[in-house]
Write a protein of this length. Structure first.
Length: 106
């Protein structure tokens, strides 16, 4: 399981029939910044993830990859490798809050 930020969306009019109606979002995994452990930083990699929860642009989410992405009822029969399984409210690292959705600007 990974923390990630939603950075974009994907529209594909031609796709496997089982994927019709599923929202696709571009996500960038995050990690604790090694220079400043009080913040999160992007990894520089991006993935396309199926979103069954209704995440939006710039939101922080939890993603899973591999066979775990197909363990939710909404994704169990889909040909996918990455899925959004949670929308993050807060993240704490070493007793410090490094992310709080209620304090993020829209």
């Amino acid at each position: 399981m990974f923390l990630a930020r939603v950075t974009g969306s994907v529209v594909a009019t031609q796709k496997a029939q089982s994927m019709t109606g599923h929202k696709l979002l571009v996500v960038e995994p995050l990690r604790v910044d090694p220079q400043d452990r009080a913040k999160l930083t992007g990894t520089g990699r991006s993935f396309v993830a199926v979103d069954a929860l209704g995440a939006g642009m710039h939101q922080m989410v939890l993603i899973v990859q591999g066979s775990s992405a197909r363990l939710m009822p909404a994704t169990e029969k889909l040909p996918i490798d990455t899925a959004i399984i949670g929308i993050v409210d807060t993240v704490q690292v070493a007793d410090k809050t490094v992310f709080d959705a209620s304090k993020e600007s829209a």
